[in-house]
Design a protein around this ligand. Structure first.
Ligand code: SP5
Ligand code: ZN
Length: 345
């Protein structure tokens, strides 16, 4: 399978994330993508290329201009607050929740950082914007390759994307790579696109981007948000709104679920995608469903990922895979490439 690799991913390298009142070392580290790249090379799974140049407007198809302006200048603003900040990651501390205004754009950088985020676990660093922008280019390039006739392509990039919304970051995500790929497929003339999200966590950003739209179906298998991040979205009764009513399918599973239960949910998601009559598929490929994942609670084993690839291939759709979560660094490569190998050439 053709891989579009973000060779600038390591420019995003967070030091710490907030967890239970402490700053703990980041789980979302450059080694994650390095292991996937090495495994692709070891197995000789196909060509590995860089992304095409993108016009700036491509990212603005999904993200708001004021959010993109914020991201583009955030690091300079952070360092301007205090020169010592050059050696610290930027994390938000203030959020405009219910009863606050979201139409104002405060002059304060700290206030804007909260306006455009939803957790304190996603450090913004000197290279975050460059890495995320190159990653978006990878996702859109992978979509274009599929439009040009590739059966499938894999965007290997980090930071991940599926928690990022139209105008917010969080969950280690800044630009929604899967949504950008889906939009690129639509913009090239495909009428209906499905996004299948198999990351352990609900893809709240992707869901919210497409929630009111009838042209992009979103289906997700994930841990029940009653007990798992992102907590405030991903419940089974979220079925889409307005024109998008019926175009959103959440299949939350209890923490501790193993592959038999997970695979049954995948089959249900794939049936819904077939009923939607999608012209192409984007897969948010997180492998934090693995039994050894340090921040997750499902029980999938490495061999299960081959079966996942086979099940997805049976949908018979042109497919863009986009790398998302997965934090058991040594196994992330094996598990991710198992999905791609199971899918086949
Ligand atoms: C893309 C993706 O998978 N994002 C996940 C973001 C999860 N953020 C919350 C992580 C909470 C970390 N919990 C640490 C538990 C250590 N035992
Ligand atoms: Zn995840």
């Amino acid at each position: 399978m053709l891989t579009i690799y973000n060779d600038r991913h390591a420019l995003h390298q967070g030091r710490f994330e907030m967890f239970r009142g402490e700053l703990v070392p980041c789980f979302e580290v450059p080694a994650r993508a390095d292991f996937v790249l090495r495994e692709l090379q070891l197995r000789g799974l196909g060509a590995i290329e860089g992304p095409q140049e993108l016009p700036a407007v491509a990212i603005a198809r999904i993200h708001s201009q004021r959010y993109l302006d914020f991201l583009a200048g955030a690091w300079q603003e952070w360092v301007a607050l205090d020169p010592a900040n050059a050696n610290r990651d930027a994390l938000p501390s203030y959020w405009p929740i219910r009863s606050f205004r979201s139409d104002v754009l405060p002059a304060s950088f700290s206030a804007r950082m909260g306006l455009f985020s939803f957790d304190a676990g996603s450090p913004l660093t000197a290279g975050t914007w460059a890495a995320a922008r190159a990653g978006a280019a990878c996702a859109i390039t992978a979509a274009r390759k599929v439009l040009q006739g590739e059966r499938a392509a894999f965007a290997l990039t980090r930071p991940p994307g599926h928690h990022a919304g139209m105008d917010f970051f969080g969950g280690y995500c800044f630009l929604n790579n899967a949504a950008l790929a889906a939009q690129a497929l639509r913009d090239a003339g495909l009428e209906r696109v499905a996004v299948l999200d198999v990351d352990y966590h609900h893809g709240n950003g992707t869901q919210s981007i497409f929630y009111q739209r009838a042209d992009v179906f979103f289906a997700s298998v994930h841990c029940d948000p009653h007990t798992e991040y992102p907590y405030f979205l991903g419940y089974a009764d979220e079925r889409g709104a307005g024109a998008g009513e019926g175009c959103n399918l959440n299949l939350p599973l209890a923490r501790g679920s193993g592959f038999p239960r997970w695979r049954t949910a995948l089959a249900q998601a794939l049936r819904a995608i077939a009923d939607f009559r999608a012209d192409a598929l984007v897969v948010s490929l997180g492998v934090d469903t693995f039994e050894g994942d340090p921040i997750s609670g499902f029980g999938l084993r490495s061999a299960d990922y081959l079966a996942i690839g086979e099940d997805i291939a049976a949908a018979g759709l042109p497919t863009v895979f986009v790398f998302e979560g997965g934090y058991a660094v040594a196994e992330v490569g094996i598990n991710t490439v198992n999905v791609l190998e199971g899918f086949g050439q």
